[in-house]
Design a protein around this ligand. Structure first.
Ligand code: SF4
Length: 84
């Protein structure tokens, strides 16, 4: 299980989620950030930091955004780390 970044992240450049992640498991492309489900430890620290309320626990992802669960896994494997 892991946290999942969803639709409202698209276009947001705030990135307040990044510095609070203890395992630096965010990846990014030009659209949004993604959480590597194999690295995320479900600490929840990123959730209140997201100004768009885009991050959900995997089981709680709204139905219309379920596709983001698989997308976070595949994009994390393809995209570079979002941590400097
Ligand atoms: Fe990182 Fe914790 Fe958020 Fe997982 S829940 S992405 S470990 S801050």
């Amino acid at each position: 299980m892991a946290m999942v970044v969803t639709q409202p992240c698209i276009g947001c450049k705030d990135k307040a989620c990044l510095p609070v992640c203890p395992v630096e498991c965010f990846h990014e492309d030009e659209s949004m950030v993604y959480i590597d489900p194999d690295e995320c430890i479900d600490c929840g620290a990123c959730v209140p930091e997201c100004p768009e309320e885009a991050i959900f626990y995997e089981d709680d992802v709204p139905d219309q955004w379920k596709g983001f669960i698989e997308m976070n896994a595949t994009k994390s494997a393809e995209c570079p780390s979002a941590h400097e």
